[in-house]
Ligand binder design. Structure first.
Ligand code: AP5
Length: 192
């Protein structure tokens, strides 16, 4: 199962990503988590991206693309992978297409999490991460609108988008996702 999670900050990508990884045993590649680990460890890369992350700016493409390349090459992706937080804009999406074509592992689905911005603000203000202040959340949402949202149409045109209602109990949202992924697995089995 090769999955991309697409959605605004706070829409539940990280939370649901963990549930998908646990159930389907796919490899978790979450760019935000990988970058935060670099910041926490104080690596040169971490120092380079710390302020950008704290202010809600995107980190330069070459850094995140490098991380994705490294993980797709070294991690065990026998059961597939889950990309959380990548791609974030059109250039990243096009780079990903080329990378996956090269390794013969096309995406199965892009799960788009639908959650209204009022709910997102409420969730993120309750969390207290370094980039969860009201101004920074607003800025992250602006960047999402300008750069990431166009990916919905990009993946719709490829027939890969499945919309998930991200509102409700976490377990209920997981169940909606599992239904989509199970249907994909059944359809694939029927084809083989
Ligand atoms: P990243 O870590 O990807 O953050 P984000 O997209 O802003 O998303 P969040 O982690 O805030 O939200 P989420 O959708 O994962 O929701 P979550 O499950 O955590 O990126 C951080 C930064 O890294 C970026 O700003 C950028 O600087 C950099 N970066 C990362 N990738 C990059 C890339 N590809 N290119 C360039 N830069 C990049 O949930 C949020 C909260 O809501 C939690 O407290 C959770 O418990 C709660 N919650 C979840 N589900 C529910 C529910 N159903 N009901 C109630 N509460 C819920």
């Amino acid at each position: 199962m090769r999955v991309v999670l697409l959605g605004a900050p706070g829409s539940g990508k990280g939370t649901q990503g963990k549930a998908v990884v646990e159930k389907y045993r796919v490899t978790d590649i979450a760019t935000g988590d990988l970058l935060r680990a670099e910041v926490a460890a104080g690596t040169p890369l971490g120092l380079q991206v710390k302020t950008l992350m704290e202010t809600g700016e995107l980190v330069p493409d070459d850094i995140v693309v490098g991380m994705i390349k490294e993980h797709l090459a070294k991690d065990d992706t026998t059961n597939g992978f889950l990309l959380d937080g990548f791609p974030r804009d059109l250039p990243q999406a096009e780079t990903l297409d080329a990378m996956l074509k090269n390794i013969g592992q096309p995406l199965d689905v892009v799960l788009f999490f639908k959650v209204d911005y009022g709910e997102i603000m409420k969730r993120l203000l309750a969390r207290h991460r370094a980039d969860d202040t009201e101004d920074t959340i607003r800025h992250r949402l602006e960047i999402y609108e300008a750069k990431t949202k166009p990916l919905i149409d990009y993946y719709k045109n490829k027939g890969l988008i499945s919309e998930v209602n991200g509102i409700g109990e976490i377990a209920d949202v997981s169940q909606r996702i599992f239904t989509i992924l199970d249907d994909i697995a059944v359809a694939r089995q029927a084809r083989n």
